[in-house]
Design a protein around this ligand. Structure first.
Ligand SMILES: Cc1cc2nc3c(=O)[nH]c(=O)nc-3n(C[C@H](O)[C@H](O)[C@H](O)COP(=O)(O)OP(=O)(O)OC[C@H]3O[C@@H](n4cnc5c(N)ncnc54)[C@H](O)[C@@H]3O)c2cc1C
Length: 334
């Protein structure tokens, strides 16, 4: 049995999610080759030359310099055909999540997404993924070959090793007619982007920030200043409870820089930061379930009996989050 690790570059280098998938392949105990598409793919292959792959193949032409469904599917399909592997493992980046299910369909492969681990034993390959909003962890296998597995980022440790000479071979791709032209990227300024999956800390704001405070007044402007100063200084990722982001759709005054994209929980996201700090959020189960993969959890709440204090956080600071975070900001020099 043979595995194939399919990767892409990001700004000319392999992203962390790619190195994580490489580590998964190294742990399988079966021969594997590596295919990379994107800008400077051959140079990227050199950076992982010591990973133990039997061969490196690349597609490094202007057509794949930018993510685009038509060219990415053509390049990925060519690399997979050339590899002739039983199992194809790829990172579940937004670029691959868009195009690889289409590639699997074209090549008659089975495909599974959101994989958190892959193991091989006695000729069988087993994968694991969560179901029902991260409540049930399932181990499963398939007999269809080739089988493609898209592995979630942030679960495995990234591969580390020396660079070298990979002697990557170029795979020729017939891109056919390309009808989509990438003219540029419109992105938020780095500071305006509050969801930062790579951040060391997840800072969660709850509805308490928008409630009347001990002087009987709403302090939403002050809340916004405190939160944004902290995010700017700590470079933390911003999460929210459902109650806070729902206020906006209910027409109430709230924090304008939050949206449903920030929501963490059962009907929101399940981020994977090493640390989390919850503020003015009660820690009810539908919210706290989204913290499943946060390793170290702390919370600030006025209520010593809040949900976080019921065994859902490692540390609960019972106090006023406005005062505490202003003090933290002062210590950070904001
Ligand atoms: C089917 C279903 C799905 C759901 N999915 C989600 C989900 O995905 N995500 C989610 O978040 N919720 C979800 N919910 C809602 C969830 O049950 C809670 O209602 C919600 O998380 C509460 O948000 P909150 O803790 O911010 O607000 P509140 O419950 O209003 O809590 C506010 C907290 O702020 C504290 N506070 C106020 N002022 C201060 C201060 N100055 N300093 C410190 N603390 C202060 C209060 O003590 C209180 O604990 C779901 C509910 C259902 C039924």
């Amino acid at each position: 049995m043979k595995a194939f690790v399919l990767l892409h570059t990001e700004q000319g280098a392999l992203p962390k999610a790619a190195l994580e998938v490489l580590n998964v392949a190294c742990g399988l105990g079966m021969p594997f080759s590596v295919g990379i598409l994107g800008q400077r793919a051959a140079c990227a292959a050199d950076t992982v030359a010591a990973c133990g792959a039997t061969a490196f193949e690349v597609v490094d032409v202007p057509e794949v310099a930018q993510p685009r469904y038509a060219s990415d599917t053509a390049a990925a399909a060519a690399l997979i055909r050339s590899a002739e592997a039983d199992v194809v493992i790829a990172p579940q980046t937004s670029r691959f999540a868009r195009c690889l299910p289409g590639v699997a369909s074209r090549l008659g492969m089975a495909v599974d997404t959101h994989i958190v681990s892959v193991a091989a034993q006695d000729g069988a390959v087993n994968a694991q993924r969560w179901f029902y909003r991260q409540r049930i962890l399932s181990s499963f296998s398939r007999e269809v070959r080739p089988w493609m597995l898209l592995v979630d980022g942030g679960v495995q440790a990234p591969w580390q090793g020396a660079a070298g000479t990979a002697n990557a071979q170029t795979v020729t791709v017939d891109f056919g007619e390309q009808r989509t032209t990438v003219t540029g990227i419109q992105a938020l300024a780095a500071d305006a982007q509050t969801i930062r999956p790579e951040a060391a800390l997840l800072f969660v704001a709850g509805a308490g920030w928008t409630k009347k405070q001990k002087d009987g007044q709403f302090q939403i402007g002050r809340a916004g200043d405190i939160i944004q100063s902290f995010l700017g200084k700590a470079k933390a990722s911003l999460g929210s409870s459902k109650s806070l982001v729902d206020l906006q759709s209910e027409g109430q005054e709230t924090l304008g820089f939050m949206s449903h994209m920030n929501q963490v929980g059962q009907t929101g996201s399940t981020p994977r930061h090493p640390k989390g700090l919850s503020t003015c959020c009660h820690g009810e189960e539908p919210h706290a379930v989204g913290w499943r993969f946060i390793t170290e959890r702390r919370a600030i709440n006025l209520d010593p009996n809040c949900g976080w204090a019921q065994g859902k956080a490692d540390v609960v600071y019972v106090g006023d989050a406005f005062e505490i975070m202003e003090k933290v900001n002062a210590l950070l020099g904001c």
